[in-house]
Design a protein around this ligand. Structure first.
Ligand SMILES: CCCCCCCCCCCCC[C@@H](O)CC(=O)SCCNC(=O)CCNC(=O)[C@H](O)C(C)(C)COP(=O)(O)OP(=O)(O)OC[C@H]1O[C@@H](n2cnc3c(N)ncnc32)[C@H](O)[C@@H]1OP(=O)(O)O
Length: 361
């Protein structure tokens, strides 16, 4: 590890950025138009001297850095580069402590010009990435957080897969008859999954995931209103065929969304899955809204007849607000609310599937 640097009185010290990852050291010297830089390693000290344009104009710039760990000069791998940064050229190189790379002097800038630009660009990106990584303080709980998120996503994936497979098998075995007892066959698992889904609000609230709160609130409360109140509240609603479509669409979306999150917890991206996660909502969201709207429309007369969940206001008002009125208002919200989520999912789709922006210096 470098311990610091010094320079002779006649020369200036350039700005030097330092980064380290495992056995690799990266040094970036803020100097443009450097003429014949003299770079040597003697007695475990790196000597740098060059005429160039630095923070104090055209001058001779010089520094030495002593490595705390032994570095054998002949085993120091040098990648000496020129980099255009905002129309100024900077010098950068890396070294490997105790490396087994073949011996060789530092390449000078003219040599590096003849190199294929791709490895150089890659190397620059790597240095930048490491610089950024080194500046961001590491969260000591990140493994715990990821572990929790992974487990949460796994449980949801298994739950929704169970619902989806159960419904598919029953559809093949019973045909259309399976539509009418979907609720009885799968509601326990759906209750469990949708109760757990409340954790998605908590996750966003405590900053465990970088997701805006409003779409999640609409999603979780919207679904849970249908499941726990509209379907769970009156038995008559539970044997409607529309339940099949609502549950099938919900579970179909989730068997792709949760594995996508599981992989993202492991920093793995599977392009096909990313594409499905950010595309499947395009046909399924409108279909899901339609199925939920049909459910609410069918529920209005049922709740009117039973008077269930009617809210009697205290005197002097003293009248009862029928739940069917709440359902009618919900129907309006059901056509407005999804636009927030469409917009959010469309933006996320563009971010994940759109053309990648390259940083230009
Ligand atoms: C308050 C009362 C309101 C009552 C009013 C009711 C109005 C009703 C209107 C709405 C009704 C909704 C009806 C709904 O039931 C319809 C259907 O579901 S139909 C079926 C189709 N549906 C879908 O396709 C939606 C599926 N659901 C979602 O996509 C999410 O729930 C949604 C909130 C819409 C979006 O999710 P999110 O905001 O999390 O976006 P991302 O997935 O892109 O995630 C953002 C970043 O966070 C990371 N993340 C998120 N969650 C996790 C996790 N569990 N584990 C790990 N990482 C997670 C994710 O990776 C993203 O990171 P990055 O951007 O860095 O990639």
């Amino acid at each position: 590890m470098p311990s610091g640097g010094s320079s002779s009185s006649s020369s200036l010290t350039p700005q030097v950025h330092w980064a380290q990852r495992h056995r690799e050291l990266y040094l970036r010297v803020e100097l443009s138009d450097a003429q014949d830089p003299d770079i040597r390693i003697t007695d475990n000290v790196l000597h740098f001297k060059a005429q160039g344009h630095g923070a104090k104009g055209d001058n001779v710039y010089e520094f030495q850095i002593e490595f705390l760990e032994p570095v054998k000069p002949q085993e120091v791998l040098s990648v000496f580069q020129e980099k255009k940064v905002q129309e100024r050229r900077c010098l950068g190189f890396n070294s490997v402590e105790e490396a087994t790379a073949s011996p060789g002097p530092f390449q000078d800038s003219s040599e590096s010009k003849t190199n294929n630009t791709h490895p150089r660009l890659e190397e620059e990106e790597r240095i930048n990435r490491i610089n950024i990584e080194n500046r961001i303080p590491k969260d000591p709980f990140r493994h715990l957080k990821r572990g929790y998120l992974f487990m949460y996503n796994l449980v949801q994936f298994l739950g929704f897969s169970w619902i989806f497979v159960n419904m598919t098998v029953r559809l093949f075995m019973l045909g259309k008859d399976s539509f009418f007892d979907t609720f009885h066959a799968t509601s326990d698992m759906m209750y469990l999954c949708q109760t757990l889904a409340v954790m998605e609000i908590v996750n966003a609230l405590i900053g465990l995931v970088r997701a805006p709160l409003v779409p999640i609130l609409l999603q979780v409360f919207g679904r849970n209103f249908i499941l726990f109140v509209v379907l769970g509240g009156v038995e008559e609603m539970q044997s409607k065929a529309v339940v099949f479509f609502v549950f099938y669409i919900w579970s179909l979306v989730e068997i792709f969304r949760y594995p996508f999150y599981m992989l993202s917890c492991l920093d793995i991206e599977w392009k096909v899955l990313t594409w499905i996660r950010y595309s499947i909502w395009i046909p399924l969201y409108p279909l899901g809204i339609l199925a939920e709207a049909v459910t609410v429309i069918q529920a209005i007369p049922v709740f009117s007849n039973t008077g269930r969940f009617g809210l009697t206001l205290p005197s002097p008002l003293g009248f009862t607000v029928p739940f069917s009125l709440v359902l009618q208002l919900y129907l309006v919200a059901l056509f407005l609310g999804p636009f927030v989520n469409f917009r959010h999912l469309y933006k996320q789709r563009k971010r994940h599937l759109g053309p990648k922006k390259r940083k230009t210096h």
